[in-house]
Ligand binder design. Sequence first.
Ligand code: NAD
Ligand code: 0WE
Length: 257
Amino acid sequence: MVKGKKILVVGLANKYSIASAIASTLHENGAILGFSYQNERFEKFINEFSAENGKGFTEICDLSKDDEIKKLIAKAVKKWGSIDGIVHSVGFAPADQISGNIEDCITREGFQITHDVSSYSFSALLKEAHPYMTENSAAITLTYIGSQEATPNYNVMGMAKASLEASVRYFASTLGSKGIRVNSISAGPIKTLAASGIKGFKTMLNKHGDNTPIARNITAKEVGNTAAFLLSDMSSGITGQTIYVDGGYNIQATSFD
Ligand code: NAD
Ligand code: 0WE
């Protein structure tokens, strides 16, 4: 499906990361992977993971810094000559921006940081990488239904995800003629590092699982499989979309039971 494709994976922190499940599936399907990580804290894990799953390279990259994004893409181009795929699996909000009522928690600085790291970073990557992306290449990012529905506590992240989904449409629109497709996966809740920092997450996860058409939560592996499809030529007719991997949760109306 993605055999021989050179794919850059951004947003791997540990084995629970959605990026980890995506990278394993890509590796199992013959892709060559390069990884970037946010800071030194993740270096050991990334190097070990890359040795087992990558056959590519690893590079530190704080996505809030333009010069680090430039260096990352330069490294990929130096190693590979061109790029066939990008996985962006990154999100961050200061903790106070994703807790309580929006009118109490939103701040100018919190809004700016959340949108910078969670939305602009995807645009920044594509802005830098697109000249080196091949015909039949693809980029994906991860989003959440809180972009479309006012979800308790998700707050400023929801606003940033709405911006991220819009950016997918804008980049898909102009990069399509160059053979580059851009899509997002809207995943149902999964227990990861980012999620474990959220109070009441476990209760939410259980309720969510009971309220999906498939009567369970989705797995990171299921996101990985969809990611491999979207990065492969099997999805050549799909661009600018938000693909829901949420067990069908999003198609239901509010239950009045
Ligand atoms: P995670 O904590 O494993 O991954 C988040 C990643 O973002 C980490 O690798 C972290 O290092 C990286 N990151 C944060 N700030 C960064 C910066 N300034 N520069 C570079 N990297 C930075 O958690 P995850 O749940 O795997 O999250 C991945 C994506 O999936 C996020 O976009 C998240 O919003 C999305 N998502 C998660 C869920 C869920 O329930 N876990 C559901 C839907 C969508
Ligand atoms: O996108 C996310 C979580 C992203 C996230 C998580 C944290 C926790 C630690 C972003 N920033 C931070 N900052 C921290 O300091 N998800 C889709 C998972 C998630 O987060 C929620 C959810 C769900 C689901 C927050 C509130 C309500 C639901």
